[in-house]
Design a protein around this ligand. Structure first.
Ligand SMILES: NC(=O)c1ccc[n+]([C@@H]2O[C@H](COP(=O)([O-])OP(=O)(O)OC[C@H]3O[C@@H](n4cnc5c(N)ncnc54)[C@H](O)[C@@H]3O)[C@@H](O)[C@H]2O)c1
Ligand SMILES: O=C(O)[C@H](O)COP(=O)(O)O
Length: 530
């Protein structure tokens, strides 16, 4: 009896020990090896199916190229700027994060930084401990009644807003994706960036680092802020022009700045260090016991579930699929992949569009994995490395238009998936159903009704329906020692075009196909593999 190998997971950043415990409980072999150089990681990563990281491990193209077994990367935290997601997608590796586990903690850090600025706590602490008792040097400001400018009103931003409202502050939010309804629900005033810059006594940043948010507090925008503004960044380095911030602190236009994150990390040196009214922490936003337990448990559960059941949660490059949905969807995905593969193998010309049409019970399911499975089967003919993750990405890259259609009413079958391709020669389709809700069956092939299991090595023949043909093909295969498993016939009408799908116990060699193609009435003979 062959023993199946346990999925292997590497934890390559410092993580709460609960992560390793959960991986082991979920049946994974887990190694915790932190603090390695990129070269050491590259040398090691080929052994692993899963990689659990925080923000220190950089998952670059080189790492992904060496990760020949890797199926999933899990970020115990939010930001995934240390992972080359497009390349991971192209390599078929799922990337997940834990979007909520450390949000409260990070929001609390932003509020702590705001108070630290308002009352200059770090400097006052330092001087007091030096024995200076500097009672007159630290006149602070109240936050009550002040305006907090919130740049980014997502998970963390909205928690910061609720805490600030509790402190009796007014909150003005700039976030292009914030709806007016959500702003009302949050109790904040939605504003454009210039209005926020002009009104805010404190500004706090809570966006990801993107092309749009990079240097959102540029020299020009810093100049638009109210004199005496205090700025907090617990989101990502790169959102603020650090040189411009130093100048604004030196001139006194900005009364204080608190950074948890830097343009370059680890920030061992910075022109900001030693600047008056500047305080910082070494990317500690997520560093509380509670948050680290949360993200460690979540990442281990998510990765473990993916590696052991195929359930997908919080993936950034593939549709979510709960462990509950996975068993229901699995036979549909098998059917979808086989139909996609059949169309791919039987369509030698360029395909401009592929349509995935679901009917009956299939329409009640999450369509995204079904579509990805069709694309995966279809594109495998062109690329051996295609999988569920990179198939939609490859389809887009190749300019293939993908359409999804749902029809709730049923025809002959309680559930059906139809895959149609549009080529220069026109549109044609194949369709399949599930027998007993579990067994994929082809039921229609280019307009001809035929019932076949698409499995293993097969032979596809198009011929004119005429007596004697079945005997001839049986003899040909017999003479070449090819054993027939199943025999599936369909025809447009008596004496018209017919198709034959045979499953065979060994691959059909080129010369046998050639001989089959020369049998009387045969229009096309092709070997298929599923
Ligand atoms: N310091 C830390 O340790 C720490 C911890 C957790 C998260 N983070 C970082 O905090 C940031 C926010 O995390 P989150 O969980 O709230 O993310 P989120 O995705 O829930 O929210 C981000 C918000 O930014 C908004 N946004 C996007 N582009 C924008 C733009 N051009 N201008 C204004 N707003 C824009 C989005 O609409 C969204 O509402 C991320 O960068 C994350 O990596 C840092
Ligand atoms: O995006 C995040 O979750 C934070 O930046 C936390 O990063 P860390 O896990 O390295 O503390």
């Amino acid at each position: 009896m062959t023993e199946t190998r346990k999925p292997r997971v590497l934890i390559s950043d410092k993580m709460d020990p609960n992560a390793a415990r959960i991986f082991a409980e979920m049946g994974c072999d887990v190694d915790v090896i932190t603090g390695e150089t990129p070269e050491q990681l590259i040398a090691r990563i080929g052994d692993y199916d899963g990689l659990a990281i925080r923000s220190s491990t950089r998952v670059t193209k080189e790492v992904l190229d060496a990760a020949t077994n890797l199926k999933v990367i899990g970020r115990a935290g939010i930001g995934v700027d240390n992972v080359d997601i497009p390349y991971a997608s192209a390599k078929g590796v799922v990337v997940m994060n834990t979007p909520f586990g450390n949000s409260i903690t990070t929001a609390e850090h932003a509020i702590a930084m705001m108070f630290a600025l308002a009352r200059q706590i770090p400097e006052a602490n330092e001087q007091t401990q030096k024995g200076l008792w500097p009672k007159n040097g630290f006149m602070g400001v109240e936050v009550t009644g002040k305006t907090l400018g919130l740049i980014g009103a997502g998970n963390i931003g909205s928690i910061v807003a609720s805490r600030a409202l509790g402190l009796r502050m007014k909150v003005v939010a700039y976030d292009p994706f914030l709806t007016p309804e959500r702003a009302v629900e949050m109790g904040v005033e939605k504003a454009d960036l210039d209005t926020l810059l002009a009104k805010a006594d404190f500004i706090t940043l809570h966006t990801p680092l993107t092309a749009e948010t990079k240097n959102i507090l540029s020299r020009e925008n810093l100049a638009k802020t109210k004199k005496g503004v205090r700025i907090v960044n617990c989101a990502r380095g790169g959102l603020i022009d650090e040189a411009a911030l130093k100048d604004a602190l030196d001139s006194g236009h900005v009364a204080g700045a608190a950074l948890d994150v830097f343009q370059t990390e680890p920030a061992k040196e910075s022109p900001l260090f030693g600047t008056k009214n500047f305080i910082c922490t070494p990317h500690l936003g997520a560093s509380t016991t509670e948050a680290q337990v949360n993200v460690a448990l979540q990442v281990a559960e998510q990765l473990g579930e993916y590696l052991t059941t195929g359930g997908v949660t919080n993936a950034l490059n593939v549709p979510s699929l709960s462990a509950e949905e996975a068993p229901k969807l699995r036979p549909y995905m098998a059917l979808a992949e086989k139909l996609g593969s059949l169309v791919g193998q039987l369509t030698p010309s360029a395909v401009a569009r592929i349509s995935i049409h679901t009917e009956g019970a299939a329409t009640e399911l999450n369509a995204k994995p079904i579509v990805a499975a069709v694309l995966c089967g279809f594109l495998r003919v062109q690329s051996a490395t295609v999988n569920m993750v990179n198939a939609p990405f490859l389809a887009k890259e190749r300019g293939l238009e993908v359409r999804e259609v749902k029809t709730e009413k049923t025809g002959d079958y309680h559930t059906l998936i139809r895959v149609s391709v549009k080529t220069e020669a026109g549109e044609r389709s194949v369709a399949g159903t599930l027998f007993s809700n579990a067994e994929p069956r082809l039921v229609e092939l280019f307009g001809i009704k035929v019932e076949a299991e698409l499995t293993g090595d097969m032979m596809y023949i198009v011929n004119e329906d005429a007596p004697g043909f079945i005997g001839r093909i049986g003899t040909l295969l017999g003479e070449n020692s090819i054993n027939i498993g199943t025999f599936n016939l369909g025809r447009r009408e008596a004496g018209g075009e017919a198709v034959l799908l045979l499953s065979v116990d060994s691959p059909v060699a080129g010369e046998v196909l050639e001989a089959a193609g020369k049998l009387p009435g045969v229009k096309r003979a092709k070997a298929l593999a599923f």
